[in-house]
Design a protein around this ligand. Structure first.
Ligand SMILES: *Cc1c(COP(=O)(O)O)cnc(C)c1O
Length: 497
């Protein structure tokens, strides 16, 4: 088993190279053709401790790392870094199950993957005898940037630059980024929106490559967004973990199927669930939950992907996305790893803004997935109702999934036990959660957090509470056409660590 570009059957690399490169040179994504096999059966896996389960599954997916080496990397990434030793607790909420993925250092589910990536990258540097320093560039709409900086902080051989839209992130997210410590981290606000930041980063990659701008500098660029296979792999593990938790508490028997409902943006999280299923986890349906940006709902129900639609700014901003990058990997798998066909669809998306998959792909899609969307009003109503009915407080992204879960169940009476993936702490989105609880929002984010805490008694995560007294360490703001200069300046300076 090797990784190949989704757009070219001849572009093949070992996993550690795919981790280093991030994206394939032809613009495709690296993916395997056949699902990796695990050395243990379900029963054997179910007996493993959490970190050992990570070791087992990660070394199957990224097979050029030995199990012993992976065990070391997993320990460095996770031991003592999350609120609970099992990393991702499963909570019973009114008969459904909430898989809490936000108990990491920055209170977003991206912590699970971004805690691991820096260690995979450093190990891949060694494996591929790379002597250059790796400079990670990331554009963020809020969650990825902070989680990436926390992960890469002071990791030898790496530096990281995060660009965020000056007025496009929540006050808490901004405070999280500007107070980030570490000798190798750089944060820069840009005058523009998230798309400007993302396009700007792609432009830096393109120009530094075509104009050889980093020649003579012992630095190579890489990226930390969800197209990197090194981010996808750790996400597969918590699907197994949630399943075994249900077995352990007697909610299901080993071998029974369960359904997962996933709040979806770039399609990374839910794709990890599909990979878990391909590695023989007994999964029934994977339910894709979207906000008003319902491009995936339409696609999964009709086979028509159409990005030509109004972009909605919603209360669940991490799902405000019209081009879901990781969907390309799913299509690759569903059409029998036919790279030419994938390339054709992606060309149509680029040139015409839409494509239709064939009946064979749509057939497989509807067997494996279901999809629904919900709007902001329904999201707020769901936060309020679930809090009042079960005393459980959730963030806006999770609420979209919860709502969709209830719709899915009512339309599928034969559904299996449902696990809803919870992707952020409610305190990261206080400006939406407080009004959902019936009180007006205002400008002071920390006051809103304290008020939510008074009403609900849900503890404020320590890392968010202490932000108020932390000093801002970064104050760069640039125009989007100044991003390249900013990166080159840093690339040519000697690192501080
Ligand atoms: C990134 C993110 C998502 C979307 O996950 P994808 O893997 O991009 O589909 C959902 N919720 C939150 C809070 C996120 O940060």
């Amino acid at each position: 088993m090797e990784y190949q570009s989704t757009r070219n059957r001849d572009l093949i690399v070992p996993p550690s190279k795919a981790v280093l490169d991030g994206i394939a040179k032809d613009g495709g994504l690296y993916m395997f053709k056949d699902f990796p096999k695990l050395s243990l059966d379900l029963d054997g896996l179910s007996k493993l401790e959490t970190l050992e389960l990570y070791t087992e599954i990660l070394s199957a997916l990224l097979f050029d790392f030995s199990k012993a080496q992976m065990r070391e990397l997993v320990k460095k990434a996770y031991a003592g870094k999350f609120e609970t030793p099992d990393l991702t607790p499963l909570v019973d909420v009114g008969g459904d199950f909430m898989l809490e993925l936000f108990r990491g250092p920055t209170c977003a589910f991206k912590d699970v993957a971004l805690s691991m990536l820096p260690h995979l990258i450093t190990a891949s540097i060694k494996k591929n005898a790379v002597t250059d320093e790796i400079l990670i560039l990331t554009a963020t709409s809020g969650d990825t940037g902070k989680a990436a900086m926390a992960g890469f902080r002071d990791v030898p051989g790496t530096r990281i630059i995060v660009f965020f839209p000056e007025n496009g992130v929540s006050a808490i997210q901004k405070a999280q980024m500007l107070t980030q410590e570490g000798g190798n981290v750089h944060v820069c606000a840009i005058r523009g929106n998230f798309d400007d930041a993302q396009t700007g980063v792609k432009e830096v990659f393109r120009r530094s490559e075509t104009e050889n701008l980093l020649d003579g500098t012992p630095v190579r660029l890489s990226s930390a967004n969800s197209i990197n296979i090194g981010l996808l792999a750790p996400q597969v593990v918590y699907y197994f973990k949630a399943y075994f938790d249900l077995v352990r508490r007697g909610a299901i028997l080993l071998g029974d199927r369960i359904d997962f409902v996933v709040p979806t943006g770039n399609f990374g999280n839910i794709l990890a669930g599909y990979i878990a299923k391909g590695m023989d986890l007994p999964v029934g349906k994977l339910v894709c939950a979207s906000n008003e940006n319902d491009v995936l709902t339409e696609f999964i129900n009709t086979g028509h992907y159409n990005k030509k639609r109004v972009f909605h700014k919603t209360a669940s901003p991490s799902m405000d996305i019209l081009i879901s990058s990781n969907l390309e990997r799913l299509i690759f798998l569903l059409c029998g790893s036919d790279a030419n066909r994938v390339k054709g669809y992606m060309n149509e998306l680029n040139t015409r803004g839409e494509y239709h998959v064939g009946a064979d792909v749509l057939d497989r899609l509807s067997n494996e997935f279901a999809a629904y969307a919900c709007n902001d009003a329904e999201t707020f109503e769901t936060i309020r109702e679930v809090y009042h009915a079960h005393g459980y407080l959730m963030d806006t992204h999770t609420a979209v999934a919860w709502r969709v879960c209830q719709t899915y169940k009512s339309e599928h009476p034969n559904h299996h036990p449902c696990v809803v993936l919870s992707t952020a702490s409610p305190y990261k989105f206080s400006g939406s959660v407080l009004p959902a609880l019936g009180e007006a929002a205002h400008d002071d984010e920390f006051k809103m957090m304290r008020r939510i805490n008074e009403i609900t008694g849900v503890p404020i995560p320590k890392s968010l509470a202490e932000l108020q007294t932390k000093k801002a360490l970064h104050d760069h703001v640039v125009n989007k056409d100044e991003m390249l200069g900013f990166v080159l300046d840093i690339a040519k300076k000697r690192p501080k660590i």
